[in-house]
Ligand binder design. Structure first.
Ligand code: SAH
Length: 218
């Protein structure tokens, strides 16, 4: 899976996308992440000021990301994609369709490339959605300052659905019974004169009982 990220702040991705499971997935070439900065697609005037945003028509606070540099950045990303039928273009919006694990799974099945447009300020000029037939995705009912965190959330969640990305494919929730209540050593933890024990059943070695317990402790 190749992720193409349209962002004016590519540095934001540096640490998260290079560590741990996602970093290893990149090294193993199971995923690839490319960046396209709309700023690079503006002819710099003499004073080198490159506005990627402008005032909104109709008034109101905040700025809107201009359409031309975004078109060029998206076109550049599309030029790198061979199979144009298996590409999805996602624009982020707090009022978009809610992202889910189901969406992540389907994405792995359907696409070889996903383009993320990371809005900033009040968002991007709405004409982008019409031109590129984007899908508007929300990661939750709250407003963030930009689409970079949502892009990382989707890359993380989609990547772990790709075979070979997690240490064991069985680590995927749907491959086994998983519980949000998990324990590791020590068996008994003493903290401020109180003992905190691992549930007995998990130490029993009785797999049937353990699975039962996990089902009821999701
Ligand atoms: N005025 C806009 C909000 C802009 S927030 C509105 O009412 O819709 C700036 C950018 O952050 C958005 O363009 C989007 O890319 C991103 N963003 C903010 N909250 C988000 C969320 N919950 N899910 C996905 N993207 C979000």
């Amino acid at each position: 899976m190749r992720f193409h990220v349209i962002t004016i702040f590519p540095d934001i991705f540096d640490s998260y996308m290079n560590e741990s499971i996602i970093g290893r997935a990149k090294e193993k070439k199971l995923i690839d992440i490319k960046f396209y900065n709309p700023r690079d697609f503006i002819r710099a005037p003499k004073n080198n000021y490159r506005p990627v945003d402008d005032r909104p028509y109709g008034g109101g606070p905040g700025m809107v990301m201009r359409v031309e540099p975004l078109i060029k950045a998206i076109e550049k990303s599309l030029s790198k994609i061979k199979d144009k039928k298996r590409v999805k273009i996602i624009n982020f919006s707090p009022s978009g369709k809610k992202f889910t694990t189901e969406y992540a799974k389907n994405s792995v099945k359907k696409y070889t490339d996903i383009i993320f447009i990371c809005g900033r300020y009040e968002g991007i000029d709405a004409r982008i959605d019409k031109i590129f037939k984007t899908e508007n995705i929300s990661i939750g009912d709250y407003v963030l300052t930009g689409g970079e965190l949502p892009a990382m959330v989707l890359i993380d969640s989609i990547s772990r659905q790709i075979k070979g990305v997690l240490g064991k494919f069985e680590s995927l929730e749907e491959e086994r019974i998983s519980s949000s209540e998990v324990y590791t050593r020590p068996e008994v933890l003493k903290y401020k004169n109180k003992n905190y024990k691992v549930p007995k059943v998990l130490l029993s070695g009785n797999h049937k009982d353990i699975e039962e317990w996990k089902k009821t402790n999701k």
